[in-house]
Design a protein. Structure first.
Length: 184
């Protein structure tokens, strides 16, 4: 028996009202890409999922971009970006992870980490570029819940694209230009 096809929803136009960019990066296991928070007695990170000790220099950064549901409109991303989007009169909270965020911003989480180290205000510049942006989204709806009292999960964002931009390069180039202009 063939597996049921997963239906994807295309949202042709949404507006990012707010993006939670301050906590977009997290330290991740290089094997499973899950977040790691604890260190063992030797100051190595420990991944509970893989049951491995990891030297600090071998960890990777991942994205999580999120938009809180209290905000009026915006969207989220992972590495993780959380955002809340306005789609007509409907608000949708979404979180984007790793490859989706990397493709949207045009940079890897490790590069973003270096930009934040160079410019303290870099997350605020990113938020200023994202907030108010018109985007299209491809969503995979959450599986239906058998129990109506269970927490309803947000749809998974499979792709996000800006609709109108003056520049043609990656979004991160716009943010770098703002940071460099502020520095000058």
């Amino acid at each position: 028996m063939a597996a049921p096809k997963v239906k994807h929803n295309f949202v042709p136009c949404a507006i990012i009202e707010r993006a939670s960019v301050d906590s977009m990066l997290y330290v991740a296991c290089p094997t499973c890409r899950r977040a790691i928070h604890t260190r063992d007695a030797n100051q190595k990170f420990f991944c509970y999922s893989c049951q491995l000790s990891i030297e600090p220099e071998n960890t990777v950064f991942s994205f999580k971009l999120a938009v809180p549901s209290e905000s009026v409109l915006y969207v989220a991303l992972h590495p993780c970006l959380e955002m809340r989007c306005a789609i007509g009169l409907t608000y949708l909270d979404v979180i984007l992870f790793n490859e989706v965020v990397e493709a949207f911003l045009g940079c890897f989480a490790t590069h973003y980490y270096h930009f934040v180290q160079k410019w303290d205000s870099f997350p605020q510049h990113l938020a200023s570029v994202l907030e108010g942006m018109h985007v299209s989204l491809t969503l995979r709806p959450p599986p239906p819940s058998q129990d109506p009292n269970l927490f309803k999960r947000d749809p998974k964002v499979l792709a996000i694209e800006p609709l109108v931009r003056i520049s043609t390069g990656p979004l991160m180039n716009d943010v770098i230009a703002i940071a460099e202009n502020e520095e000058a």
